[in-house]
Each structure stands twice: as C-alpha cells, then as structure tokens.
Design a protein around this ligand. Sequence first.
Ligand SMILES: Nc1nc2c(c(=O)[nH]1)N[C@H]1C(S)=C(S)[C@@H](COP(=O)(O)OP(=O)(O)OC[C@H]3O[C@@H](n4cnc5c(=O)[nH]c(N)nc54)[C@H](O)[C@@H]3O)O[C@H]1N2
Ligand SMILES: Nc1nc2c(c(=O)[nH]1)N[C@H]1C(S)=C(S)[C@@H](COP(=O)(O)OP(=O)(O)OC[C@H]3O[C@@H](n4cnc5c(=O)[nH]c(N)nc54)[C@H](O)[C@@H]3O)O[C@H]1N2
Ligand code: SF4
Ligand SMILES: [Mo]
Length: 690
Amino acid sequence: MGAAVETHCPYCSLQCGMRLEGRRVPEVSAWEEFPVNRGALCRKGWSAAGLYGGRDRLTSPLVRDRETGEWSAVSWDDALDRVAAGFRAARADRGPDGVAVFGGGGLTNEKAYSLGKLARAALGTSQIDYNGRWCMSSAASAGIRAFGLDRGLPFPLADVEEADVLVLVGSNLAETMPPAARHLDRLRERGGRVVVVDPRRTPTADRADLTLQPVPGTDLALALGVLHLLVAGGAVEEDYLAARTTGWPEVRESVAAWWPERVERVTGIEAHELRAFAAMLAGSPRVMVLTARGAEQHSTGSDTVLAWINVALALGMVGKRGAGYGCLTGQGNGQGGREHGQKADQLPGYRRIDDPAARAHVAGVWGVDPDTLPGPGRSAYELLDALGTPGGPSALLVMGSNIVVSAPRATHVTERLESLDLLVVCDVVMSETAALADVVLPVTQWAEETGTMTNLEGRVVLRQRAITPPPGVRSDLDVIAGLASRLSSVPFSTDPEEVFAELGRASAGGPADYSAITYDRIRDEGGVFWGGERLFAESFAHPDGRARMYAVEHRGAAEQPCADYPVHLTTGRVLAQYQSGAQTRRVRSLPDDGPFIEVHPLLAARLGVDSGDPLRVSTRRGTMSAPARVVPTIRPDTVFVPFHWVGANRLTNDALDPASRMPEFKVCAARLARVEEVAQRPSPDPVARA
Ligand SMILES: Nc1nc2c(c(=O)[nH]1)N[C@H]1C(S)=C(S)[C@@H](COP(=O)(O)OP(=O)(O)OC[C@H]3O[C@@H](n4cnc5c(=O)[nH]c(N)nc54)[C@H](O)[C@@H]3O)O[C@H]1N2
Ligand SMILES: Nc1nc2c(c(=O)[nH]1)N[C@H]1C(S)=C(S)[C@@H](COP(=O)(O)OP(=O)(O)OC[C@H]3O[C@@H](n4cnc5c(=O)[nH]c(N)nc54)[C@H](O)[C@@H]3O)O[C@H]1N2
Ligand code: SF4
Ligand SMILES: [Mo]
C-alpha cells in the first residue's frame, strides 16, 4: 500500500487528520490541510502506531472454561455458533429482552448503525445502550429540549477564535483536546478573553484570564447567579428573547433570588469574582459558552447545561457567529455513535423509537414489520445494574467499551457481569472486561479498516484502511453479520461503504440526516457536515423555530460531604492516557505511571503526607490506594483521581440524572487516610499476568 493514506486519529472527538504509511505498523505524519488540527496532534495521536505490533493483540476467538478459568482458542464458526446458541437460550428463557447489547462511542457510524440494527431487527431486544450515555448525554438531553436538536458544536471549532469571551465550564481541553488549545491562544492574541470554571486550576486555566474554582457539583448555581447579575445590570437582550425564545419570563423570575452572596455560599466563588465575571460577559459582543464533562457528569447535569444555555440565550448569543453555546463531545465518534441507534430510545437518524412514523420508516429500510421492533430500553447504567437479575438480561454482547474500568460503582457492575449466563466481548486486546467474558471475539482496529466518524462539530470524516490486519481477526461488521445470519433472516452487509449508504437511507428525513453524504464527497471535501456547518442562525429546530428556556433549580450533588466522608471526590483525565486505558496503557511510548490522588497542601498537611506517599481514598462504595500528588491548584476541600486505571470507579456514585440518566462521575463524598503502601497494580494484560 505504497502512498500515504489520509485518515484520522484513533482516539478523541477532534478526529485530528493524519497521514499513515506502512504495511503492518503505520508511520504517522502530519496532514496539514485538514482544517480541525492543521497538522497538529497530541502525544496520543503521534504515538498511535504503538497500537500495532504489541504482544497483547488478540488474534483468535477465545472461550473461557468457567470451572478452570482457562482460555482456549476456537475457530470463528465455533465461536459464533456458541454465541448464537447462548443468545437463543437466553431468549427462550427470558424473552427477547433476555439478550442485551452494550456499544461504544468510539465505534464507526457503520458499526454503531449495524449494532443497533442487530439488537432491534435480528435479536428483537430493547436492551441496548452504550458508553456515550456516560459521556455527553446530559448535554444531548439539554440540547434537544432547548434547541430541538442535539449537536455537540453547532459551528466549526475554529469559530472559537472569533469569540470575545469564551467560557469553558468543566473542560480541560489543554489535556483532553490539546490541538484545540491553539484556538484559545489565537483568541487571546486577538484580545479575546477566556474564563475557565473548574475546581482544579488545570493547564487549560493557564490560558485563562479568569479562573473560577467552584465546589464540584455547583455549576448550576453559578449559572443562576450569573444570570441574576446580567438581569440586574440590564445586560439581557430583550429583543432577541422576544423574537427567538419562549419561557424567558419564568427563567427571569427563577434567578431573582440568586444574589451573589447566596451564590458564594453554595459555590465557594467569591461575590466579587462573580461580579467581575458577569461584567465581562455584559460588555462583550460575542460570548461563547462551552461545557464538557466537568459540568455534565452530574445527577444535575442536564439542568446545569440548560442553565448555561439560558445564559447564552439571555445574552442573545445563540446563532451568532463566534458566539453561542456548544458541548465538547468526547469519544472519536461521540456524535455519530448516538445518531444511528445505539441509544436505548433512538433509531437511526436520531429518530425516537417511540415515534410510529420513525419506526415505519426504519422498519421499511430493514425489511421488517414495524410492529416487531422493540420499544425503548434501559439506559447504560440501569442496563448493567439489571444484568442477571430476575427481570433483567442474562446474556450480554459488549462492543467498544471497557465497562469494568469505566462504569460508575464498578465493583457492583463487575458483580452483575459475573452473574450473567453468557458474556461476549469484541475487542482488540484482553481488556479488563474481556477477561471476564465467556467468549472473546478479536476484531480489527482503526487503521486496519475503513469507516466514518462524526467529530465534535458534526463533521463526518472518513477513516481509511491503511494497513493489513493480522491474520485471525475480523471486523465488527463481520461479527454482527455473522451473528445476525445465525439468528434471523434480516440481511446485513459487511462492506462499510454499503452499510453507510443503508445508514443514509435509514436516517433520511430524521434530525441527523446523512442521506446526502457519500464516501466520495467526504474524500473530495475533507469531511461533510450533516445539517450544515453553522446551525441556528435563523431558527431553532423546534416546530415554532424558537428556543425553549427552562427555569431550572439548583439541587446540589446527590451525596454531600459529612463527618465520615468530609471531602469532595472528583474524577477525570490526564493527557497521556485515554479512557479505560485499554489502548493507551499498551502503547509503550506513552507514560503509564498509574493512578494518583491529587490533594491540596493544606489537606496533605492535615493527613501528614507528601507527594508520593501512599494514600487511601474511600467512599460509601469502595476504596482505592495510590500515591498522593500534592498540588496547590486544587480546592482544599476536593480530591481528584484519574479514571484510566482500575480504582477510581470503585469509588464513584451511581446516582443518575433524571432526564439524561448520566451517572454522577464528577462528585461524591470521600475520606482519606495515610496508608503503609499502595496495593499492587495489575499488569495491563490480565492474561499475560496469569
Ligand atoms: N487525554 C485524554 N483526552 C481525552 C480523553 C481521555 O480519556 N484522555 N477522553 C475523551 C473523552 S471520551 C471525553 S468525554 C473528553 C472529556 O474532556 P474533559 O471534559 O475536558 O475531561 P475531564 O478530565 O473528564 O473533565 C474536565 C474537568 O472537569 C473538572 N471538574 C470536575 N468536577 C467538576 C465540577 O463539578 N464542575 C466543573 N466545572 N468542573 C469539574 C475536572 O477537574 C477536569 O479538569 O476528553 C476526550 N479526550
Ligand atoms: N470516574 C469516571 N468514569 C468515567 C468517566 C469519568 O470522567 N470519570 N468518563 C466516562 C466517559 S465520558 C466515557 S466516554 C467512558 C469511556 O470508557 P470506556 O467505555 O471503557 O471507553 P474505552 O476505554 O475507550 O473502551 C473502548 C474499548 O473498546 C476497545 N476498542 C477500541 N476500538 C474498538 C473497535 O473498533 N471495536 C471494538 N469492538 N472494540 C474496540 C478498546 O480496546 C477498549 O477496550 O468512561 C466513562 N467513565
Ligand atoms: S487531540 Fe484527540 S484526535 Fe487529536 S491527536 Fe489527540 S487524541 Fe487524537
Ligand atoms: Mo467521553
């Protein structure tokens, strides 16, 4: 395959363009012309070739003997026959909902679409959801309610540079989307200002003109307080609100009592800082508010996003170029992954599964009777929580998620996985979740296959096959088609371009309509935006064209500190590791220092620890130990643990947002203690370890 192939990074939602060359192990070089990153990549992108050639790669289907725990290699036919037989048994025992499917926001559009079709049309189960529920479902739910449409950024990322004030609420993009930080630099060169809201003063805050460090879980109160000051200062765009929104009188009323001193008591942000922030917003022609997981991964996440949307609307910013509201999606296909039917309540094209017209349309494309399609199923955490229980599924297919590391209240979730009659995992490596499976199916990854991804801007890009996969592996599309042919007569293609064309037909007329997009167009245009490049300039997606404003109330985190658990625990990411670490912990050129517990010097002094000393953090759900990292940049009442290693999620709270069903990853109550030593960290490959 001589010439360099233009493609995109295997990791996050920027989907940075890159060139690849080589046959077995690709060489990464810059693709300067791709507009999102213009040749820049972060450390993970530059080292992505390290995903190849490692000894951990799975290359044969494996089955595990439950008695002895031993793995044996079997043929593909044998493996798929066993899985199909197990699914049939679960269906016979518990009905169609006896089989569940768990997908991922890192899967291509083609895979996400086929997985949803497998669940609904071949298995007939309503029990499908995916890890994107843990990612930006709160923003999705708020976007649908406020604008009638859920699209991460309704404008190209580069528009950030045109803002006069950029407010980042709970985003550490300098570490989570490093090339995007260049837009912040350009904005500031132009004289624009950046505000970062985060309980930690992160590397992103190094680029901020104003840093606000709230108590975790209080961003909603902060937004109410800002809006209160904007109203009081006469900074609200009444003409815009009258022409383009509904609900403003109620919202205005709801912020009346949020005077700065009250906000200070709830958020810890001093009244004078809040006034400075509001004054900055009031005087600026273009204000842009972007939220990310820090604001969204809460039991109050969707209301928090609605409150920030209200701020952007009240200032008359939404639809204006270089201004407005957006959510920074996370996974490579965080946007597309939820548009094509992996979500428990959605059919392809972002259609609702309980809408009779949507069901009829999609059933027509699939060649099945609409009445045979199931209704909405359980959300990701609720699905996992139900596994193996009397009313829940007894068999599960996992494709593209490492649940054991990344699910909230992970010890409980692991027990639910262990209670299944059949756990099937498709993965490229023996992840912590695959290690619990009865059947592991080894699949092709990233540069070994072709497929489309939809980045954080709604830009559909093409990841092209660049290298030859190792013998023995098959693509997820093959796995899906292989299972479907054993379980039903519904046809499934294994050719990505054909699947994409079918996805286009299934999505036609829906909110996320891909029917006009083709592989050739993507190649020619360097990516194609569904629905257009900039949305909401003239109208919103509700039938009356107006945005809806909702009066939302501050509730606070589900679990508050108390005498036994006196500090706030929050979790998140570091630059060099990705998600559950299944991929990046195996890339040898990336540092894998293991987890740490970030504490403020005041708290460290009380505990008698220095950086590097072993520390234990406990919550009502579990315990982990790791070296302390003493930093003055975190709030003294808060600790932070990265979730890329087993541990953090033994601690986290499974309280869910009532609208989005997002778990409260970003705050719970914890206690700390100095310990003698840190428990041994398992090797990345549980099989190699055995
Ligand atoms: N290096 C790296 N990059 C990634 C990923 C990765 O795993 N590693 N994952 C990708 C994915 S899927 C996602 S979703 C994105 C996530 O991207 P981000 O949302 O930027 O990442 P996080 O570190 O989860 O959270 C951001 C910040 O929220 C802060 N925070 C915690 N609690 C609160 C709170 O209550 N309020 C506020 N305002 N802030 C709070 C944390 O201190 C943290 O600095 O990153 C993507 N990019
Ligand atoms: N405490 C805490 N927990 C969190 C978060 C947090 O901030 N704090 N963030 C949440 C968020 S935003 C997210 S997105 C989730 C992510 O958490 P996970 O769902 O665990 O995400 P990944 O680690 O990306 O898992 C992807 C798995 O699929 C495999 N894989 C990669 N490519 C393919 C493919 O093409 N096909 C198949 N079949 N498999 C593939 C990888 O090897 C890996 O095992 O974690 C959530 N959990
Ligand atoms: S920012 Fe995201 S897409 Fe870009 S190189 Fe890094 S991980 Fe890859
Ligand atoms: Mo995410």
